[in-house]
Design a protein around this ligand. Structure first.
Ligand code: SAM
Length: 256
């Protein structure tokens, strides 16, 4: 089988799924650290080197040393390799429960909204989805909604989100069920975003890597806004576009 579509399910999630159906795989120390900080219900945490993992905790997460000492169970490296063909360099992997979808939907719909929601319209690359979740968490966005078929909680998206799925509301929804709020659609043909104040309750809509924003969402846009690019550059990467738009919002260019 040719590996060209990052939405493919790898063998690893299947093995973990057999251990704990519906659980979220936290791959590596940093994913576990972030997930714990943002309230993930971690049910199991394995490491092939407990002393090294606790040393990492001392260095990078002294707020979590006691919890990690309670949670981390040492297993032979071979056991981790059986569960995960690509064991994270930190030799840590954990399982956590997935947050309640209804609670997320309520958080996404709640008004007034203090920060935008990022909408990814039919994204195809799970690495991008995770990178966007990480950005949304960092900027304090209300959440990330994806349309289309990819599960934004897929292990590959959680891996690239570094466990920060627990720091914001991440859900998949049909485009017709998006929460209320002005639709700011990011499109290279729009008006220059630098002249646009992005309101806190905006839905910032980004298109798929190959096809851009669907005609349906484009047609519903309140504003079509563009990130500046020099001539002959067609577009930016999806996740970097989200970074720029959130930075623009976060830098205070907001509507009164
Ligand atoms: C890789 S681009 C999609 C390129 C796609 N071939 C197209 O025709 O639109 C992914 C998404 O990032 C956003 N994006 C990329 N460059 C942008 C720019 N200069 N201005 C506004 N949005 C941009 C858009 O939302 C776009 O749909």
């Amino acid at each position: 089988m040719t590996r060209h579509d990052d939405s493919e399910t790898t063998a690893a999630p299947e093995r973990w799924a057999a251990l704990a159906p519906g659980a979220v795989l936290l791959d590596g120390f940093h994913a576990l650290k972030h997930a714990l900080r943002f309230g993930a219900p971690v049910s199991m945490a394995l490491t092939s080197d407990r002393a090294a993992a606790l040393e990492l905790a001392e260095d990078l997460a002294d707020d979590l040393t006691d919890r990690l000492a309670d949670l981390l169970v040492e297993v032979p490296a071979q056991t981790l390799r059986t569960l995960l063909p690509r064991v994270h360099p930190t030799g840590v992997a954990a399982l956590a429960g997935r947050p309640d979808r209804d609670a997320h939907l309520q958080a996404l719909a709640r008004r007034p909204r203090q920060a935008p929601i990022v909408v990814l319209d039919n994204p195809r690359n799970l690495g991008n989805v995770g990178a966007v979740v990480r950005l949304a968490a960092g900027f304090g966005a209300t959440g990330v909604i994806t349309t289309g078929t990819l599960d934004p909680w897929h292990p590959n998206a959680v891996r690239s989100g570094a466990g920060l799925h627990y720091a914001t509301a991440v859900e998949r929804l049909p485009a017709e069920d998006l929460p209320d709020g002005p639709l700011y659609v990011l499109d290279p043909e729009g008006e220059d975003i630098r002249a646009v104040a992005v309101p806190d309750d905006a839905l910032l809509v980004f298109g798929s890597e190959r096809h851009g924003v669907s005609a349906e969402l484009r047609g519903r846009a309140d504003r079509l806004v563009a990130l500046p690019m020099r001539p002959q550059v067609s577009s930016y990467n999806l996740a970097t576009s989200v970074a720029m738009a959130l930075f623009h919002w976060g830098s205070g260019a907001r509507a009164d």
